[in-house]
Ligand binder design. Structure first.
Ligand code: ASP
Ligand code: MG
Length: 425
């Protein structure tokens, strides 16, 4: 069996839903679990609605109207006017309104999960009905019945053992009939059956959990690009497609900031040796890219990743005390206490330098904590450029006219902290 994942862009309007049905129609004779996200930017719209309610205490009617109109336009396009889907979606949207206008009586993150999860329920109900209308036999599964999590709202951790058991029970109960199971990404439930969510872009992870539980032969994530790239194709015209890459290299690239796939996704797939394909829903016949165990292609092409909005914090020991293992552990404990991830670091005899994502509040608190022992300086609005499998040529092109503040090289990777704009000559 295979697991397919369709993200928001692949179900962004009625045309996209028709296209999805065409793709599934080509796999009519296969067992497939289809994991689907909320349509288009609906997750953002629901977050926005929640903010109006919980933080700004504004009237939510207008935002609820927009979400309603968006879904209604799609079903009006896809179904005849007497189809029962209109009533069903109408009911879901009115439940959403009731929840949105209810007095906020508990905390933000928990309320978030109850409300934002509507996006996936709406999309999968619509798509499932459309598939039936197109004679593509499929079953709708509420992911909350099988994806069991703790109750870390908005970042729930999946209980793999329990979920594996429940997923395979549902699958086996269908017997040997060929089946396409339509379900939601991103959502699950805790032991009290309250809805939880797995973190933004969490649908990739849901797909991996299903694949893990059912020992899938592959996972395919369908995207609006032909596959994976060695750089962000929206930013670099000369970005090239990567045909093969290993799990290991994918994790490394995600760590440096490449937005390939939700980083948690790789572990379950790696553990059961299930390849992940990235294919274009616009050209489903194209081969796309493959992520698997094979590391033999990894060194073939350079990859480059830019993280913007970086801050470089430099600390100079006030009493000229050396930066020792003790002082490093003191400094790291401070970073850890604010949950600040260090993207790059370097030290000398009496200085320590760290490059972090910009977060004004956290940085201010950190500086307060450290300034008794260290004299602190920082530079803002920097970029962190990481090049894997670098060559001098590519370094020259990407750092041309840039002022470099820190440079670090290993055998495979070079990183530069630099000012984004060229310096005056
Ligand atoms: N709909 C959710 C989001 O936009 C989950 C996902 O798309 O993976 O973050
Ligand atoms: Mg989405």
């Amino acid at each position: 069996m295979k697991v397919f994942k369709f993200g928001g862009a692949s179900v962004k309007d009625s045309y996209a839903v028709r296209n999805l049905a065409k793709i599934l129609n080509n796999y009519k004779d296969e067992d497939i679990v289809v994991v689907i996200s909320a349509m288009d930017k609906i997750t953002n719209a629901l977050e926005d609605l929640l903010d109006s309610k919980m933080l700004k205490h504004e009237n939510v009617e207008k935002k609820a109207d927009q979400i309603t109109a968006f879904h209604q336009e799609i079903i009006n396009d896809l179904f005849p006017s007497d189809h029962p889907i209109h009533k069903e979606i109408g009911g879901l949207l009115s439940d959403l309104r009731t929840l949105a206008s209810r007095k906020p009586d508990f905390h933000y993150d928990r309320e978030y999960d109850q409300l934002v999860s509507f996006g996936e329920i709406l999309s999968t109900r619509i798509i499932h009905e459309y598939l039936l209308q197109e004679n593509i036999t499929s079953t709708w599964l509420d992911a909350r019945n099988v994806i069991k999590t703790d109750n870390t709202w908005r970042a729930a951790r999946v209980d793999m053992m329990q979920s594996e058991y429940l997923i395979s029970s549902v699958w086996e109960s269908k017997g040997n009939r060929r089946q396409q199971l339509i379900t939601q990404g991103f959502i699950g439930s805790d032991d009290r059956k309250r809805t939880t969510t797995l973190g933004r872009e969490g649908s990739d992870f849901t797909a991996a959990v299903f694949a893990y539980a059912l020992q899938a032969e592959e996972v395919v994530t369908w995207k609006d690009v032909p596959g994976l790239f060695n750089a962000d194709p929206k930013r670099f015209e000369r970005a090239r497609q990567i045909k093969h890459i290993s799990f290991r290299e994918t994790i490394e690239l995600s760590y440096y900031g490449a937005k390939i796939i939700h980083p948690n996704t790789i572990k379950p797939l790696q553990n059961k040796n299930i390849p992940l394909k990235v294919k274009s829903f616009l050209n489903p016949e194209d081969e796309g890219s493959v992520i698997n165990h094979d590391t033999s292609y990894d060194g073939n092409m350079e990859s480059y990743i830019i993280k913007s909005n970086q801050v470089l914090i430099s600390m100079l020991s006030r009493d000229y005390e050396f930066i020792t293992e003790n002082s490093l552990s003191f400094i790291f404990a401070k970073f850890a206490s604010y949950n600040m991830k260090i993207n790059l670091m370097q030290n000398s005899a009496i200085t320590f330098t760290a490059c972090v994502d910009r977060d004004d509040e956290k940085i201010a608190s950190l500086i307060l904590d450290l300034r008794d022992r260290y004299h602190i300086r920082y530079n803002e609005e920097l970029e962190l450029l990481t090049i894997r499998n670098f060559n001098e040529n590519i370094i020259g092109q990407l750092t041309k006219n840039k002022e470099i503040l820190v440079e670090q090289r290993s055998r495979t990777t070079v990183q530069f902290v630099m000012k984004p704009e060229g310096i005056a000559e």
